[in-house]
Design a protein around this ligand. Structure first.
Ligand code: GLU
Length: 481
């Protein structure tokens, strides 16, 4: 039975890197029919806050990463952690360290040694009777793990065989002078207690793993399989940080990113299904996920790709949900008459027409605003491009377009026929008619197909906009003269 865990420290929000770790663990559990445990590592009393725990739970809930057991708080296991440390001490696999850190540091500097080596020498220089007497007198001591000589080997699911020499592993403190257990011991004690079979976490923990492996062996607990997933980088190749933009999952949620898009995007950071699929639903990801396909090399957090994936997921959603979200967004715009948003088939056609170009609901709201307001807001860059170079010509093009529209039947085919017919008569490409018209109709140089736009906007509104466009050109001419 596969048992995995996600073990965040509640010292901040849910970071996208943490979320990615959670997702890999979750996918592994769901793929294997296993159990996903949530453990909150709250032993750092200073920095752990209940509001951070809540933010992490909220982030996981939003992503749809549900846990089967927990949240279990690491601080609840302190007695067990302590008992494990004291057992190692009793079995001679750890030793009491009465030394004071300042003199150890000074000595280490003088000899050019690692402080733990000095601490070991100090401890070993003390007789067992002396140590017992000090302890009995209540003198505080740390418990240090006695790292055995030789090599420590383990097989990482991502990186393959890993070897660490005992010189590279220091005698780590497992219980501090004040009796509090240290992270590496607590993690091993908890993972063993929870019968965790696979530890999947970030590469930044790779250097802890040989220490933890030694602790498993010393405590006689069976070791889980370890898998260290590669770092996430920004597009400049540096480790992802706030400099690159938002790193909190919650920030993406509030920016209109869909949870299924974020889940999909994060699952592709350091993993691939092995074919060219990129837009994947949760069920497909569960089906395809294996640790063998986790990449060794780091991956890049590319916000443009996230936006693209979001657009694809937006298009996959049931359209009535998107229509409802867009309606809410449009209602909030000043001057928008809610009456105009009540025609469901019309709203659905509008949303459907713009979905291919949109990446978020906000994009849709932005593109649809022009359909529900009375006056078009002209974008100056579009005016400059398609009107201002030759105002007289733009005016006459709109004038003839108005005539063609006035006499046309109001369907896509008929409008297309009329406008293309006009361009032919004027002996110009269709764009010369359509571009200035698009500016008058939408205020912008880019929009969905103009014939569809005209149909959805309706004859009356369209004609009004062309007339307003002509007036605007006339004013601009006057301003110039
Ligand atoms: N609490 C640790 C962290 O937030 C994770 C420990 C682990 O996964 O073993 O980085």
């Amino acid at each position: 039975m596969v048992r995995v865990r996600f073990a965040p420290s509640p010292t901040g929000y849910l970071h996208v890197g943490g979320a990615r770790t959670a997702i890999f663990n979750w996918l592994l559990a769901r793929r294997q029919g296993g159990v996903f445990v949530l453990r909150v590592e709250d032993t750092d009393k200073e920095r752990s806050k209940p509001e951070h725990t809540q933010a992490i739970l909220d982030g996981l809930n939003w992503l749809g990463v549900d846990w089967d057991e927990g949240p279990i708080f690491q601080s609840e296991g302190v007695e067990r952690h302590r008992a494990d440390a004291l057992r190692l001490l009793a079995e001679g696999k750890a030793y009491r360290d009465f030394s004071d850190p300042a003199s150890v540091r000074a000595e280490a500097e003088a000899r050019g040694w690692h402080p733990s080596k000095v601490a070991r020498e100090f401890a070993f220089a003390m007789s067992a009777d002396e140590a017992d007497a000090k302890a009995a007198a209540g003198e505080p001591f740390a418990v240090r793990f006695l790292v055995p000589d030789g090599e420590t080997l383990f097989t990482d699911m991502v990186h393959g065989e890993m070897r660490f020499g005992s010189d590279d592993i220091d005698d780590l403190v497992i219980l501090r002078g004040d009796g509090t257990p240290v992270y590496n011991l607590a993690v091993v004690s908890d993972d063993a207690d929870m019968a965790i079979t696979h530890v999947v976490r970030g590469d930044d923990h790779l250097s802890n793993t040989p220490k933890q492996v030694l602790l498993y062996r010393a405590l006689g607990y069976s070791e889980p399989a370890f898998g260290h997933v590669p770092l996430i980088l920004g597009t400049d190749g540096k480790r992802l940080s706030k400099r690159h933009g938002a790193t909190a999952v919650g920030e993406y949620a509030s920016k209109g990113v869909l949870p299924e898009a974020m889940f999909n995007f994060l699952s592709l950071l350091g993993w691939s299904p092995g074919d060219d699929r990129e837009v994947m639903q949760r069920a497909e990801l569960i089906e395809a996920f294996t640790m063998e396909r986790v990449l060794k090399s780091s991956s890049v957090f590319d916000v443009d790709k996230l936006a693209w994936i979001n657009g694809r997921h937006l298009a996959l959603r049931p359209i009535h949900e998107t229509v409802a979200a867009v309606r809410t967004g449009l209602t909030a715009i000043p001057g928008v008459d809610p009456e105009r948003l009540s025609d469901d088939p019309w709203m659905t056609s509008l949303v459907g027409l713009h979905l291919v170009r949109a990446r978020t609901v906000d994009d849709l709201v932005d593109q649809l605003t022009t359909f529900v307001v009375d006056e078009v807001e002209l974008e100056e860059a579009s005016v400059a491009k398609h009107w201002a170079k030759d105002l007289d010509l733009a005016y006459s093009r709109l004038e003839s377009a108005a005539e063609a529209l006035r006499t046309s039947e109001w369907s896509e085919e008929a409008l297309e026929g009329s406008l293309r017919g006009l361009a032919e008569r004027l002996e110009v490409g269709a764009g010369k008619v359509i571009h200035p018209l698009r500016v008058a109709i939408t205020g912008r140089m880019a929009s969905a197909g103009i014939f569809e736009v005209l149909v959805l906007l309706g004859r009356e509104q369209s004609m009004r906009r062309v007339a307003a466009g002509m007036r605007s050109i006339a004013c601009r001419k006057k301003d110039l003269s």
